[in-house]
Design a protein around this ligand. Structure first.
Ligand SMILES: Cc1cc2nc3c(=O)[nH]c(=O)nc-3n(C[C@H](O)[C@H](O)[C@H](O)COP(=O)(O)OP(=O)(O)OC[C@H]3O[C@@H](n4cnc5c(N)ncnc54)[C@H](O)[C@@H]3O)c2cc1C
Length: 398
């Protein structure tokens, strides 16, 4: 049995590339933050730099234009970015879309789509949520009807992050409606299909939803009115998309956990820095008070444990383990990381006193980002349902 915690040469090289890239932009942090928070725009220059270091190529094999370094490398990369207060939701969404195309797309699709996805030339978002189907994906109603060599998609997706800046979206639709499935006695997982949809296609209408949590990127309701999608853009077999979809959700959870880990480190660093410099009584800074110090130390200890389960989940994915084996670790990592990030943000605000709420220090902006992790990409309740049912083998309650 072997257990090796050392980083590979490739993982170290990626880490160094990210460090060099972030140093290049160090002096422009304020400018970027203003653009993200005030203009709700993610700086294109920064996106290009993130792509140049090869983050989006991690899940794409070299023969299709990626670097094939894998999910663990990507998770470590995202963690490093978040540790410097940076990140971009489309990196996570693009990675899960890449994973879906790599594992379930045909050869032509891989050659056509992956090189531009890996280089960041094509941005990808992901559309599953609908107004009447949030946590329960099987309830989606968006319908894709076959008409000769094309499909016509009609329905409504909601909360779709970055639908305006993305070139394409991986969209989940029904090729057999839930009612048809029921009438024919088919399982509820039957009938889901995955499509790559051009976000500028005729029949698509975007309506922004004012939300917080992913600053620099807007969520949209996406109306689809007879949107034509070529048969070549159906990923995998029609009606059989459920497994492909659930396979791609594990990487999303793992990358969300990695981002939460990095954010936690960032908040701890900011808290320690502030606490060391704040002197109120006598000579000692507030950092010396155990009421300030111990909660931060507890979160630090917790983060090491969360990192292990997150890396284990990513490692299991890279080893090609069955999604049913990756799922428990991916879900546990996401659950623990979300709770920890919320806690870390709460402690950072408390450590900063009133300045925790000031625009100048910017800690308060991270509150919604951390808190969102309890709800999306999957809610903590659904994660616990998964662990209860699939790990502890307890009865399903719904
Ligand atoms: C900022 C933001 C960005 C997002 N980006 C995207 C995106 O890019 N693409 C996309 O497709 N979606 C996106 N979403 C949607 C997100 O994935 C959903 O909001 C989330 O999955 C929850 O679904 P819902 O909002 O419909 O809540 P609901 O499913 O209605 O759930 C409401 C509450 O009930 C609880 N609940 C529901 N069912 C159960 C159950 N069986 N047992 C216990 N508790 C239960 C939930 O945990 C939750 O607390 C985004 C959401 C937000 C807020």
């Amino acid at each position: 049995m072997s257990l090796d915690f050392a980083l590979s040469d490739e993982q170290q090289a990626l880490g160094e590339a990210i460090a060099t890239m972030t140093k290049r932009f160090a002096g422009r942090r304020e400018e970027f933050i203003q653009m993200i928070l005030k203009e709700h725009r993610f700086p294109e220059e920064l996106w290009q730099a993130l792509c140049e270091v090869g983050l989006l190529g991690c899940l794409v094999p070299e023969e299709y234009g990626g670097n094939g370094m894998g999910l663990l490398a990507m998770a470590m990369g995202l963690e490093q970015l978040a540790r410097r207060g940076l990140g971009n939701a489309l990196l996570v969404l693009g990675a899960m879309d890449a994973c879906c195309i790599v594992r379930c797309g045909n050869e032509e699709q891989k050659r056509r789509l992956l090189p531009r996805l890996a280089s960041g030339e094509d941005k990808y978002c992901f559309a599953v949520t609908e107004p009447n189907a949030g946590s329960n994906t099987f309830r989606i109603e968006t319908l894709a009807r076959k008409e000769g060599a094309t499909y016509r998609l009609s329905g409504e997706k909601t909360f779709i992050t970055g639908a305006d800046v993305a070139d394409r979206m991986l969209l989940v639709a029904r090729t057999t409606s839930a009612a048809e499935c029921e009438a024919q006695g088919l399982p509820k997982a039957f009938g889901l299909s995955l499509f790559i949809v051009d976000t500028k296609a005729r029949g698509i209408d975007l309506k922004p939803i004012p939300t917080h949590g992913i600053e620099g990127m807007i969520q949209y309701t996406v109306h689809l009115d007879g949107v034509e999608v070529a048969q070549e853009d159906l990923i995998g077999e029609p009606d059989q998309g459920a497994m492909a979809l659930f396979n791609s959700l594990n990487p999303e959870r793992i990358l969300a956990a990695a981002s939460a880990l990095g954010m936690t480190d960032y908040l701890l660093e900011r808290s320690c820095e502030y606490a060391r410099g704040r002197v109120l009584f006598g000579q000692k800074p507030i950092a010396a008070y155990q009421a300030i110090q111990h909660p931060l130390a507890r979160i630090k200890a917790q983060s090491e444990a969360v990192r292990l389960v997150t890396y284990k989940a990513a490692w299991a994915f890279d080893q090609g383990h069955h999604p049913g084996q990756v799922g428990p670790f991916a879900n546990m990592a996401k659950y623990l990381a979300a709770e920890m990030a919320v806690d870390a943000c709460d402690r950072a605000i408390q450590t900063h006193g009133g300045y925790g709420f000031s625009e100048e220090y910017g800690i308060i902006y991270l509150w919604t980002t951390a808190r969102l992790l309890r709800t999306a990409p999957i809610s903590q309740e659904m994660v616990l349902n998964f662990i209860g049912e699939h790990v502890l083998e307890l009865p399903r309650s719904y």
